[in-house]
Design a protein around this ligand. Structure first.
Ligand code: CP3
Length: 363
């Protein structure tokens, strides 16, 4: 540990290093050199594993699964056992925040999320409130505590939340969309209302992420899945300014990752945030991102569709990606979440290649 490090950081780092056996990802997120590149996958829990589908079939639906801490813990740990990833991510959804604020959602089979009530006007705002994590989202916190206990220090646990702009989009649209034109229309026609809702989501998210950290999350990620549909100016005004508030308000003892899908135009601004790691999607050039990101750690960024290729092709693509990032300051991942029809063997091939090749790269 360099002597220049502030004293309190040393104490915090040591306590994490001692309690977690495989802490590669935490050390990498803090900027340390490691013996190999850590790897995990966005949407690793619940999308591709037959073992997940079995647990899922035992309950009435996805939301019940999220709200049953024992089962949520079980499916959180499955990818650690079955895929060999270097971190677990708590099984939940970004949409628990709108629900906790007063807008319940359903998951329609083969269609995705659906909100029976949405926000369209000033008067709709009366139906939502700022969520209090401890009272409104206790089931997620319980799932985190239980997962930590069952993981027993094998790998770190990642907590997460959606970024305010992405959550706002669902609250206005009532579901997924190709264009998100209703949500964008709101920014142009009712900017003041938009800011009030975005601030409520931000306050709810700060409470939620800090509660996840207090419950045991070892690092947290903010998912801005619909970042790429805003112009750079709108992204600053309606998205980044709120992510900035979140980064500044989070308990800084744990590393923070910001993943803004499609926001290639905002990489330099994102690198100025009070966060450790920047998530890249596959459209973002790795070398260019390194220049823009300064000292930040980068996460990503293989195209999930590359995992439809042959085993040889997956190895080749993965090695090319690792070479471009270089051995340090990189957490290997895909450029977005796994797709449901990817084969577990192909996913394991990506993970194993990261482990083997990134070890060789350091020799
Ligand atoms: O890694 C993990 O799988 C952990 C849990 C997790 C889920 N959703 C579980 C889930 C995480 C991190 C998310 C994040 C999420 N949810 C995002 C951001 C990441 C991204 O992909 O951009 C978004 C936009 C959502 C919203 C959402 N939730 C959609 C669009 C859907 C429908 C279909 C799907 O699978 O994406 C969901 C449902 C959902 N969330 C499922 C799971 C496992 C499917 C539930 C099932 O049918 O069993």
């Amino acid at each position: 540990m360099p002597a220049a490090f502030p004293k309190f950081r040393i104490q915090i780092d040591n306590s994490y290093t001692m309690s977690i056996q495989n802490d590669l990802i935490l050390r990498t997120a803090r900027g340390e050199k490691t013996e190999r590149t850590p790897v995990w996958l966005m949407r690793q829990a619940g999308r591709i594993l037959p073992e997940y589908r079995k647990v899922r079939a035992s309950v009435s639906g996805f939301i019940e699964l999220c709200q049953t801490p024992e089962l949520a813990a079980e499916v959180t740990i499955q990818p650690v056992d079955l895929l060999g990833v270097d971190a677990a991510i708590i099984f939940s959804d970004i949409l628990v925040i709108p629900e906790a604020m007063g807008l319940p959602y359903e998951l329609v089979e083969k269609k995705g999320p659906f909100f029976p009530n949405t926000i369209q006007t000033e008067s709709d705002l009366k139906n939502v409130r700022t969520a209090d994590a401890e009272s409104d989202l206790g089931y997620v916190l319980e799932a985190i505590r239980l997962t930590k206990k069952e993981l027993n220090g094998r790998v770190p646990l990642i907590g997460f939340a959606g970024a305010p702009w992405t959550i706002f989009s669902y609250m206005i649209e009532g579901g997924g969309s190709k264009t998100f034109s209703k949500a964008k229309k709101m920014l142009y026609t009712q900017p003041e209302l938009s800011h009030r809702l975005l601030q409520m989501i931000t306050d709810s998210t700060i409470s939620y992420l800090n509660a996840q950290i207090n419950a045991g999350a070892d690092m947290v990620q903010v998912f801005d899945s619909w970042a790429g549909i805003l112009s750079p100016a709108q992204y600053e005004t309606f998205a980044l300014s709120y992510i900035r508030q979140i980064c500044n308000a989070i308990n800084q003892e744990v590393p923070v990752t910001v993943f803004a899908k499609g926001a290639f135009f905002a990489r330099e601004e994102i690198s100025k945030l009070n966060c450790n790691t920047i998530g890249l999607d596959w459209n973002m050039d790795i070398k260019e991102s390194r220049k823009l990101a300064g000292k930040k750690i980068l996460q990503g960024n293989l195209d999930p569709c590359a995992l439809y290729g042959s085993f040889d092709e997956i190895r080749k693509q993965t090695k090319t990606m690792l070479d471009a990032f270089g051995p340090d300051k990189h957490i290997a991942n895909l450029g977005h979440g796994l797709y449901p029809d990817l084969q577990p063997d192909k996913v394991r091939c990506f993970i194993d290649t990261v482990k083997e090749y990134s070890t060789q790269m350091r020799k």
